[in-house]
Design a protein around this ligand. Structure first.
Ligand code: 8YV
Length: 351
């Protein structure tokens, strides 16, 4: 022990020279986590940081978020937190990083963060495959009426097999139009190819020819032209000012009446009221929706429709994905506090 009761390590006689100096007391960063995360992630955060966890998982109010910003060094929000200019404006001098738990950052005012000198990170890559699985599951569920069939069995009204019962649509040979050919769009394309769908896509940038060839994907510079020719549309682009209501009333009307729309991205990319109206009128055959414009509120029209499969924003909800997202958050925070640029910085200029 040294004179201040701290443990010292050394070999041989205790002398100042052969003592390993005690680590200087470095203040651990105060990290406020807005929602309950997997136990392994919370435990590691407690080991590394002065972590303030939200064990009862009650979403924080705007006032609580502002208070957290004023005192913390790092905020770890999720898609359910609105990190707008007012919340960012409340940041204290220590707050230099918002380490988002999730890929999409449309709930964070990136410009306000940049102006305030606050870096923003996200968790790309680790939820790609799980989200693509969910896109494919929704396509299958709508085309083959899986949720409807399940409801029929549970209702007790099923009277047995019949030649014309629950007829759906064959996927093999149909055209899938992917809007947003990033990681998730490409992972969906790989899956969909296996189901015999031909791949069409619209993206800000055309893919490298080698990748396009590997995916056997047809690029459409014009979204309008692609929409009128495909049988299934999947939204896989991020929600940005440019993609808000990208599928608006006019574009939805370009779809074939037999078309299926699937959305695992953000509700705001589709003009939801119009989609609900067209589904109700059977001007669009069906939809699989994991995200909504006013989550968790859902348009009552959608709730009443049989040709729609509705999920509670669970595209990336696997245990593995949540743990890997948490690990990414930790690496981003650790790099930042150690003075290195965090690997998953989101640049305001990208949006
Ligand atoms: C996440 C998502 O679960 O990462 C995203 O952008 O939409 C979801 O899959 C959610 O964002 C967690 O904050």
């Amino acid at each position: 022990m040294d004179g201040r009761g701290r443990r010292c390590y050394g070999i041989g006689p205790s002398s100042v020279a052969n003592r390993v100096p005690a680590m200087p007391d470095r203040k651990r960063p105060l990290v406020v986590v807005t929602r309950k995360l997997p136990d392994v992630i919370e435990t590691r955060m407690m080991e590394l940081f002065d972590a303030k966890l939200n064990l009862d998982d009650r979403p924080m109010t705007a006032a609580e978020l502002k208070e957290a910003m004023a005192t913390a060094d790092v905020l770890v929000p999720t898609v359910t937190d609105r990190i707008d200019a007012a919340v960012i404006g409340a940041a204290g001098p220590g707050l230099k990083l918002i380490a988002n738990f999730g890929n999409g950052v449309d709930h964070i005012d990136l410009k306000a963060a940049r102006d305030k000198g606050v870096a923003v990170t996200n968790t790309p890559g680790v939820l790609t495959e799980d989200t693509a699985d969910m896109c494919m599951a929704l396509i299958l569920a709508v085309a083959r009426r899986i949720a409807e069939g399940e409801r029929l069995v549970r209702s007790g009204a099923w009277t047995g097999w019949a030649p014309t019962l629950m007829l759906g649509t064959r996927l093999k040979g149909k055209r899938l139009g992917i809007i947003g050919m990033g990681r998730i769009g490409q992972a969906l394309a790989r899956r969909a190819k296996g189901f015999g769908l031909s791949i069409h896509y619209h993206n800000r940038r055309r893919l490298h020819p080698d990748l396009e060839q590997e995916l056997e994907a047809t690029y459409w510079d014009s979204l309008d032209q692609m929409l009128s020719r495909v049988d299934v549309v999947s939204i896989n682009c991020p929600r940005t000012p440019a993609t808000y209501h990208l599928l608006n009333a006019r574009r939805l009307q370009l779809l074939k009446p037999s078309a299926i729309v699937v959305n695992t991205s953000r509700g705001e990319v589709i003009e939801e009221a119009q989609l609900a109206r067209m589904l109700q009128m059977r001007e669009i055959a069906g939809a699989g929706l994991d995200v909504f414009e006013r989550e968790p509120a859902i348009d009552p029209k959608l709730l009443a429709l049989d040709n729609v499969v509705l999920l509670p924003h669970m595209g990336s909800a696997t245990y593995e994905s949540r743990v890997e997202m948490g690990e990414k958050v930790i690496v981003n925070i650790k790099s930042h506090v150690d003075g290195h640029p965090p690997p998953d910085r989101v640049l305001a200029s990208e949006f």
